[in-house]
Design a protein around this ligand. Structure first.
Ligand code: COA
Length: 161
């Protein structure tokens, strides 16, 4: 299928915010995505042959490093390689601008995302205890609480996997 990855545009924000709301416990708002445009942060929006958005990422420059702020694939489009394509796009951008490392934070329970990052060569370099809020789960009866964040890092002087 014909896929493109292009920077976020104002006209993408409605679809992006809708995907964000479906996939995250504490989703970014449409206003947060508008801020991305104002701040000039780096972004990639993956569209299929019908120009439908299937996923996106937002990243920012942090000195010599690059930091992934969010990456999301539409719930109906997961496990088709889109997350990896988006990460490879970000890695290409970070290497091109000469970034030394790519950092990210991820919920300790987010096994799919952790597997994706590990597949690309990221290593866990730290943990922030009780960093994220966790909503109550009515199905399992688990009350609202907190969840640890794992810090992951990929040095950018190696090979793209
Ligand atoms: C994490 C996320 C972006 C992955 O996107 P995706 O398009 O499904 O990932 P891909 O199809 O590219 O998978 C690449 C690799 O990630 C891992 N992976 C992805 N989904 C997985 C799952 N459900 N279970 C286990 N491993 C998984 C696998 O290693 C996979 O490689 P493989 O298919 O060769 O086994 C997607 O699940 C998502 O949007 N989740 C909700 C939002 C989120 O948690 N974002 C991350 C915030 S830090």
């Amino acid at each position: 299928m014909d896929l493109t990855i292009t920077p976020l545009m104002a006209s993408d924000i409605g679809q992006v915010a809708a995907i964000e709301a479906m996939q995250h416990h504490a989703p970014w708002s449409a206003a947060s995505f508008s801020d991305v445009l104002r701040q000039g942060w780096h972004s990639g929006v993956l569209k299929d042959a019908n120009h439908t958005i299937q996923g996106y990422y937002i990243a920012m420059t942090a000195g010599d490093d690059e930091e992934l702020l969010t990456i999301t694939v539409h719930p109906d489009a997961v496990r088709q390689g889109y997350g990896k394509r988006l990460m490879q796009d970000l890695l290409g951008h970070a290497r091109q601008r000469g970034a030394a490392r790519l950092f990210l934070e991820v919920r300790a329970s987010n096994a799919p995302a952790i597997r994706l990052y590990e597949q690309l060569g990221f290593k866990i370099t730290g943990m922030r205890k009780n960093y994220y809020s966790l909503p109550a789960n009515l199905q399992t009866g688990t009350p609202a609480g907190r969840e640890d964040a794992l810090l992951m890092c990929l040095p950018l002087n190696g090979e793209i996997h």
